[in-house]
Design a protein around this ligand. Structure first.
Ligand code: AMP
Ligand code: GLY
Length: 418
């Protein structure tokens, strides 16, 4: 079996490894990939998505796995192009990927199908936004389109709200688009992953990510500074509720709306005092949750995704270990406002009881070492039978890796588990 994995970050490194380790022993190709990914996969020598689809066809790729969301909604959509070319794709068509690409689309979908979520109104300009906020704080402001994780502001007061309104409507930081003014919800967050094949779904191992840069959930939002995953993260009773009120109605809603879906669907949830509510959908696996979840996966992910992409739901092909997995991210100096490239990464070979997934690194031939090449640089992941075992090991393995100016949180998998 030949599989092409699309994307270049830590999530794709984890997917590539899990697919490659599948008992069916597939051959893995990657685009755009990274130096670390290309130790496990063959790079696909193309420049853009159209060339990519033609290349996959010419090279008889059996399965295209979409890691990253951007390709799903770009141009005609990766999955749409694959469908046209007759290549099975694990990842939804563009119409369905609007669940992630447009917050307004997602909110309409949630309300239409009576799926619990925060109430929201959609503002077309700054005056409307102010009227909808109506001096009620905290308020949550969400830019409607894709904004690389930067399009959401939880505003405790008027000055922070005004600052974000200026970014959206005056500076046009994210381009043209409308703004959701959403009810502020409280409670622990959890990431639930579904593997959807048309009317069928399998709920995978739950996870939690740590979005803020600094300990105790302080500092700016980031792409994720770490994650913890375990089947024990959510009680069976809560999981049943999530399945009944959120996952099953979402799958039924997609069906009713004529939105085909084959691929991972990420439910970002908040467990509020009034029950679990949807904060967002993502049409792909989470990053860095994927790096924590994949090491717990057993079975044949490659076969599962291939069959799923072909329309055959085969849940018995995969399962999850009952233990815990913890992932600690090292970010480069300046992140998230900026990032620092070219810093030599030391100690990678000393990580022997965990695994390193690369996100923003590059191999430096002259120095014969990996160097930083982005904001989030890498994630060190380790497992244990208990939460305590897993987090101690993950942190002590992470201690072995350093580079100039690295940033890291020492409370990953400790915070929110007191
Ligand atoms: P999102 O990009 O939609 O996942 O939002 C980023 C983060 O903002 C979430 O992980 C939450 O921590 C926070 N957030 C989003 N929506 C809400 C809400 N309605 N109430 C409180 N916090 C929220
Ligand atoms: N971990 C959050 C995300 O992947 O969007």
């Amino acid at each position: 079996m030949k599989i092409a994995v699309i994307g270049k970050g830590g999530r794709e490194h984890a997917l590539v490894k899990a697919l490659k380790d599948s008992p069916s022993s597939p051959e893995i190709f990657s685009f755009p990939g990274s130096d670390a990914i290309n130790k496990l996969a063959t790079p696909i020598p193309v420049k853009d998505m159209h060339e990519l689809v033609a290349w996959m066809k010419d090279n008889t790729i059996d399965l295209c796995v979409a890691g990253e969301e951007s390709y799903l909604v770009k141009d005609e959509g990766l999955a749409n192009c694959c469908r046209e070319a007759g290549i099975p794709c694990w990842g939804p068509v563009k119409e369905s990927a609007q669940l992630e690409a447009s917050k307004e689309f997602a909110k309409d979908f949630l309300l239409r199908h009576n799926i619990p979520t925060g109430m929201a109104r959609v503002a077309a300009n700054i005056e409307e936004a102010r009227a909808f906020i109506n001096n009620t704080y905290p308020t949550v402001l969400k830019f409607d389109g894709l904004a690389a994780g930067k399009g959401v502001a939880v505003c405790p007061d008027e000055p922070t709200a005004e600052e974000f309104l200026k970014e959206v409507f005056t500076d046009n930081r994210f381009g043209p688009g409308r703004l959701l003014v959403e009810e502020f919800l409280t409670g622990p967050e959890v990431s639930i992953f579904g593997a959807l094949v048309d009317d069928h779904y399998l709920i995978l191992c739950p996870a939690r990510d740590y979005k803020r840069l600094q300990e105790n959930d302080l500092g700016p939002n980031t792409g994720g500074m770490g994650a913890v995953a375990s089947r024990q993260l959510v009680t069976p009773g809560m999981l049943e509720l999530i399945e009944r009120d959120i996952v099953a109605p979402t799958v039924a809603g997609l069906r009713q709306d004529g939105l085909p879906y084959r691929g991972f669907l990420y439910f970002g949830l908040m467990l509020t005092p009034n029950g679990p509510k949807v904060i967002e959908y993502n049409c792909r696996f989470g990053d860095p949750e994927c790096q924590a979840v994949m090491p717990l996966l057993k079975g044949d992910l490659a076969q599962f995704c291939l069959k799923g992409a072909q329309g055959e739901f085969a849940p018995s092909l995969i399962s999850f270990d009952n233990g815990w997995s913890v992932c600690c991210v090292l970010a480069s100096a300046g992140y998230p406002a900026s990032s620092h490239s070219g810093d030599a990464i030391l100690g990678l070979d000393n990580v022997d009881r965990g695994f390193v997934y690369h996100a923003g690194t590059k191999w430096d031939d002259a120095r014969q070492c990996y160097v930083t090449n982005g904001g989030r640089v890498l994630a060190v992941v380790a497992q244990g039978a208990t939460l305590d075992e897993a987090r101690k090991l993950a942190h002590s393995e992470t201690d072995k890796v350093t580079f100039d100016g690295f940033q890291r949180r020492s409370d990953i998998a400790y915070a929110s588990f007191e």
